[in-house]
Write a protein that binds this ligand. Sequence first.
Ligand code: G5P
Ligand code: MG
Length: 226
Amino acid sequence: MARIFRAVIMGPPGSGKGTISERIARTFGLQHLSSGDFLRENIDARTEAGKLAKTYIKKGLLVPDHVMTRLLLPRLEEIARHSWLLDGFPRTLAQAQVLNSACDLDVVISLNVPFETLKERLRHRWIHPASGRVYNLVFNPPRVKGVDDITGEPLIQHEDDKAEALVARLRHYKDVAKPVIDLYKSKGILHTFSDTDTDHIWPHISSMLSVKITAPTPSAQSTPTH
Ligand code: G5P
Ligand code: MG
């Protein structure tokens, strides 16, 4: 890749950020940094930030901005020489402003998936905690119910995918994301993709990134929702 490329992927819980980020990382060689995975690593390692974050995540609430920025910005500095894709950060206007003062973004991808689709997907999501492998009982089920395909170990559900936390997460997302989306729209770097199906969205994202990543300078144009 000729130059450093920096992208953000936004979207409500379950909109496919993680699934699409894996495809982007594999296809375009961007380093994928998921704020949710990073928080869960901190929770497992019982760091101070992890212990604090757990109390919010369990309730389906956002972790406070100062905790997030203090965790994420040093990670971004570590990978500053690579092209990267941030998944799940920034979530709030305050986080977006801090990121803005740290670096310039080339592209922001916003996933727009209907509420009912999201609820249905997350209800069926199971995780292998040791590896982070994600299954969906409908979309990509494990070969044996409740068991990881590779290790045979039990699968679990995230605390925040359980019904009560889930509805709170979805409601909250809309309110806090709006000013962030408006900010990136005004900068001309927002690309919104609307569909119920990740496999339909992916080819559009892939072709947009193919153009942007090979472009000599960041374009100031925004593509319309397909
Ligand atoms: P996370 O971990 O960032 P969320 O809530 O943003 O969590 P999540 O749950 O990780 O989002 P996703 O990455 O958008 O969802 O979606 P995914 O995992 O790829 O797909 C969801 C499921 O649907 C999977 O089972 C997948 O296989 C399936 N799927 C994908 N595509 C399709 C499809 O086309 N069809 C079907 N049928 N299924 C499909 O954050 C967790 C918590 O951490 C805190 C917050 O408390 C947050 O709730 N947090 C932050 N707090 C403050 N600021 C930040 N920046 C924070 N970042 C995280
Ligand atoms: Mg995710």
